[in-house]
Design a protein around this ligand. Structure first.
Ligand code: PMP
Ligand code: GLN
Length: 401
């Protein structure tokens, strides 16, 4: 006899309400699909070549020489000092490594700990839509209200009027991401100035995710929001070694800013992970101090791969917006007859042997009626051979609905 009969009620979901409605990340789903189908993975943003060998050697050295027990909660001093020097070198920001720098387990933990440590339930946070997926998830977990200000296709610029209109008496934070994932927009000085003006006028705290700070292309330059007049005292900056030094699997990131903001992030971080992995911290300190030119070389190299991808996509009938930074390009697929980019991306392994990311999942309304429904994101942090292989597959596939 069957142990379940048609009348057996479905057990209630054990999932806490704070997580309900938040699905598994699109990146895990799409990378699993790529593995399962043997597809070229132009989806999840991780490079297929590792960062500098000297940094790996520093990690091995640390592993072999005793860096194997808990690091101090805020991070090992040598890394905090190296992060302070990095902020000084690139942005002229003077930070106290003991109170204004915190090592996090990737920028992902930086985002989580910042939102849990700073935002009260019911407070409103303005963020740029499309959102990197951890933002809406963590805002929901924190009980915050997310107010999206859209970077509109096709050029994905900030609409300053829309930004101003999004502020209410309950707004407390701006959550900014530039260079921006998924659009590849690098906010211009006038856009950053508008964000700063709104933050100052309404006394908002700014949380700025700058993980792609070094990955900008010819004619575009990243400006850290904390460097704008009146901003250092209200800005928490987040970054990570993952993108800049091609060690996405190491999950070493950092939060920097005024001591009270950093202390609030630490207050949450201590209960999430207590402390981040010991042997990787001296190695990342080595990267920051001794491989300072690596990110610039990576960006120059990525620019070639961006051009390879964008030219090839155009030739395959999938013209993409050429991004100013990050390692992602976006195509609007509506001319191919698809209403829904998720359907397109699900069918792409079978049609072409390629995996891409449906950008609609980064919008408040991820349905086929939503504003991002026909946008598809391609990653070009892959070898030229992998990109060329993916492009050849796309060119020979029938991509019409
Ligand atoms: N923010 C953005 C915009 C990202 O694209 C990513 C992905 N790396 C992260 C945060 C997370 O960074 P990390 O891998 O260091 O946790
Ligand atoms: N940031 C990477 C991307 O956008 C992926 C990170 C992740 O898998 N969580 O593709």
């Amino acid at each position: 006899m069957s142990r379940t009969s048609p009348t057996t009620p479905t057990p209630p979901s054990p999932l806490a309400t704070r997580l309900q409605g938040i699905g598994p990340t699109i990146f895990s789903q799409m990378s699993a699909l790529a593995l399962r189908t043997g597809s070229v993975n132009l989806g999840q943003g991780f490079p297929d070549v590792d960062g500098p060998p000297s940094v790996i050697a520093a990690a091995v050295e640390a592993l072999q020489h005793g860096a194997n027990q808990y690091a101090p909660g805020p991070g090992v001093p040598s890394l905090r000092q190296a992060i302070a020097r990095h902020q000084q070198r690139h942005y002229g920001l003077e930070l106290d490594p003991d109170t204004e720098v915190l090592v996090t387990t990737g920028a992902t933990e930086g985002v989580a700990a910042a939102l849990l440590g700073l935002v009260n339930p019911g407070e409103e946070v303005i963020a740029l839509e499309p959102y990197y997926d951890s933002y809406p998830a963590m805002l929901q977990i924190a009980g915050a209200v997310c107010r999206g200000v859209r970077l509109r296709a096709p050029d994905f610029r900030l609409d300053v009027e829309e930004l101003r209109a999004a502020v209410t008496p309950r707004t407390r934070f701006l959550l900014v991401n530039s260079p921006h994932n998924p659009t590849g927009t690098v906010l211009r000085d006038d856009e950053l100035a508008a964000l700063a003006a709104v933050a100052i006028e309404h006394d908002l705290v700014v949380i700025t995710d700058e993980v792609y700070e070094h990955l900008t292309f010819t004619g575009h330059r990243h400006t850290s929001l904390a460097t704008l007049p009146g901003m250092a005292e209200r800005t928490l900056s987040l970054s990570s070694a993952g993108k800049s030094w091609s060690f996405t699997g190491w999950k070493v990131g950092w939060a920097t800013g005024p001591a009270p903001l950093v202390a609030a992030v630490m207050a949450a971080k201590q209960w999430l992970t207590f402390t981040s992995g010991s042997p990787l911290q001296p190695a990342v300190a080595h990267a920051l101090d001794h491989e300072p030119d690596f990110p610039g070389r990576l960006a120059a190299d990525l620019e070639g791969r961006r051009d390879l991808l964008c030219a090839g996509l155009a030739a395959a009938g999938l013209p993409a917006r050429v991004p100013e930074g990050t390692y992602f390009a976006t195509t609007d697929i509506s001319h191919l007859g698809w209403a829904d980019g998720l359907d397109f991306c699900r069918s792409l392994p079978e049609r072409a042997g390629v995996v891409a990311i449906p950008a609609q999942v980064f919008y408040d309304d991820p349905s086929a009626a939503g504003p991002g429904a026909q946008l598809v994101r391609w990653a070009f942090c892959k070898t030229p051979e992998t990109i060329t292989d993916g492009l050849a597959r796309l060119r020979s596939a029938d991509l019409q609905r």
